[in-house]
Design a protein around this ligand. Structure first.
Ligand code: AGP
Length: 609
């Protein structure tokens, strides 16, 4: 996710925008830029790295003018660099963009054939050229923008300027956040309120499919189709800090609730429904190259390792390819048995985890082909891989991984479709069925998030416990591990995850009234066995909380609590159960007064051994 700011008023635009960008730096900071309009000319300054570099550049080469747009970048397409920094200029048009344009490659090809020259690797630059192309026939910048937006697929929050019209600033929103601040005849546009709140508290929240045209001290709100709409400003009495978290009390809860959007982002532009297949822009291996691998080796740490373990279940089930799952800190010292016939897949949110990077290098030195799954574009692991599948989860600030984890699960599910289609195990119909399940997932995550009040009740009931066990069978076992880790790392309650079938081999000795047993019981092929495991616990006086599938009123009858998790299909239900367990850990931690964003002893990225 990136941060955009626009301004029209009586002040020096560059100063207002720079102040706004500083309040959005938590949204991403790998490059930044500002454009202002002065005496009919647009001037742009851009820099890579943190905002302070842009500030330094502006001190040396100031910008003037009272209309402007600015951007702080979290790279999704194209590495962090000045060339990829926003604002992007296409002909007479300058834009800043937050979101993902899914059909940018096709648009770029078409515009290139019409003589447009592209200077960046980004999806966003396409928007400036597309509007510029429409300016050739439109009667106004506003009309050119409306026409161009009709051709865009994906998510965007845009601020737009044009050399052809030095009195107009346009903002448009679909799928990415945007607010407008109003102070007399001054107007502020931004991704989030923190960029505006020091100037005014009178704000308009833009909705998807809406546009704002600022001109000569006034503003006109309309639909993208041109129908004028009335937007009434609201008085926002949040503190700037609250505004940075978009009203959430902390980043972790904000990121838990961002998961419907982050899952849309990891899917965006990658589903080829007609072919029942998936396309990864960073995976340059054709079907025959994929078929040549004898096995896969997924290597990671922590939560990412749990995603890898779930990925094993998906890929082996849907593709019938052997998958090893390795803890990076073990793999790297074991003289690992990999060769050029092994596809090694490091999984890392940060792309900087030292053990995972070292494991990548070990595998590479033995001739393995490396395709990593990362969230941070151009991170060390991404750069040293032969190919990268980005999860596009956006910046994850909470130390406990939430949206990064669920987007890893979705990326692995999509990889399973790609591999299964490449080796013919998944046919067209099955591929289309699996893709349809993906399309339903964001709404099911929204529905799972609504369980929070019930989940909070569970946390209240067992708040004084010092130990907990999470049980799951099959693909729910990695989710049980992840649930236990979440509880440990933010509430400091000891917890373990086990395969439910393992209870009788030792852990059942732990059962007593003091230790809750959280059992994942989705309505899959393991349900009958899981019910038996539940009985084993209950008959020994254990206290069970059952996470069942929606509509299953049987399984939880003897449990102390029974949560009904929406059904997303056997593989994708892991995402929904994971969200429920994130909320469980979160509620425990908050009730215990813990700092969920920065738990003790932890770091967001473990760049040391
Ligand atoms: C998970 O909540 C932790 N933050 C931690 O286990 C993390 O998953 C692990 O350190 C790996 O980090 P990475 O995904 O950035 O490589």
């Amino acid at each position: 996710m990136c941060g955009i700011v626009g301004y029209m008023g009586s002040q020096e635009a560059s100063q207002v925008i720079m102040n706004g960008l500083k309040m959005l730096e938590y949204r991403g900071y790998d490059s930044a830029g500002i454009c202002t309009m002065d005496l009919g000319d647009v001037e742009i300054r851009r820099s890579s790295g943190k905002l302070v570099n842009l500030e330094r550049l502006l001190n040396e080469q100031p910008l003037h003018g009272t209309i402007g747009i600015g951007h702080t970048r979290w790279a999704t397409h194209g590495k962090p660099s000045v060339a990829n920094a926003h604002p992007h200029k296409g002909g007479a048009v300058v834009v800043v963009h937050n979101g993902i344009i899914e059909n940018y490659l096709a648009l770029k090809e078409e515009l290139t054939s019409r003589g447009h020259t592209f200077l960046s690797e980004t999806d966003s630059e396409v928007v400036s050229h597309l509007i510029d192309e429409n300016l050739k026939t439109a009667t106004s910048l506003e009309e050119a923008v409306r026409r161009a937006l009709k051709d865009l697929q994906g998510a965007y929050a845009l601020c737009i300027l044009s050399q052809m019209d030095d009195k107009t600033l346009i903002a448009a929103k679909s799928g990415s956040p945007m607010v407008v601040g109003i102070k007399g005849d001054e107007y502020f546009v931004a991704s989030d309120m923190p960029a505006i709140i020091s100037n005014t508290r009178e704000m308009v929240i833009m909705e998807d499919g809406e546009m704002a045209v600022f001109r000569n001290g006034g503003v006109k709100f309309s639909t993208l189709g041109g129908e004028e709409i009335i937007k009434t400003p609201r008085y926002i009495d949040w503190s700037p800090l609250m505004a940075e978290k978009n009203g959430y009390p902390n980043f972790m809860l904000k990121e838990i609730h961002e998961q419907p959007r982050s899952i849309k982002n990891v899917i965006a532009g990658r589903l080829h429904v007609d072919e029942g297949d998936v396309f990864f822009e960073g995976l340059e291996l054709d079907d025959s190259a994929l078929r040549a691998f004898e096995r896969l080796c997924l290597v990671a740490c922590g939560t990412s390792w749990h995603a890898a373990l779930a990925g094993k279940y998906m890929i082996e089930e849907y593709c019938r390819i052997p998958v090893d799952v390795e803890i990076a800190s073990e793999f790297r010292y074991r003289d690992p048995m990999v060769s050029k016939k092994t596809l090694v897949i490091p999984i890392s949110q940060s792309g900087e985890t030292a053990d995972t990077l070292a494991a990548l290098r070990e595998a590479k030195s033995r001739g393995a082909h490396i395709v990593s799954i990362c969230n941070v574009v151009d991170s060390s692991i991404a750069r040293e891989s032969d190919g990268v599948i980005y999860t596009h989860a956006g910046l994850e600030i909470g130390v406990a991984s939430t949206k990064a984890f669920t987007t890893q699960l979705v990326a692995l599910y999509m990889l399973a479709i790609r591999l299964g289609r490449a080796n013919g195990i998944i046919d067209l119909g099955k591929g289309q069925e699996m893709i349809a399940a993906l399309g339903r997932l964001p709404a099911l995550v929204e529905k799972t998030l609504e369980l929070d009040p019930q989940i909070e009740e569970v946390a209240c009931e067992y708040l004084t416990c010092w130990d907990a066990i999470y049980l799951g069978r099959g693909i729910s076992y990695p989710i049980a591990l992840e649930g236990a880790l979440k509880l440990k790392e933010i509430s400091y309650i000891h917890a373990d995850g086990y395969p439910a079938g393992e209870m009788k081999h030792g852990p059942i000795a732990l059962i007593d009234r003091e230790m809750p047993v959280f059992i994942l019981a989705p309505n899959d092929k393991h349900l009958v066995k899981v019910r038996s495991n539940m009985e084993e616990v209950i008959t020994r006086g254990g206290r069970v909380v059952a996470f069942c599938s929606e509509g299953d009123l049987e399984t939880g009858k003897r449990a102390e609590f029974a949560l009904q998790i929406p059904w997303g299909g056997e593989a994708l239900s892991t995402v929904l159960f994971a969200v429920a367990l994130q909320l469980l850990a979160y509620n425990f931690a908050i009730l215990k007064g813990k700092d969920v964003d920065q738990p003790r002893n932890l770091a967001k990225s473990v760049t040391v051994e």
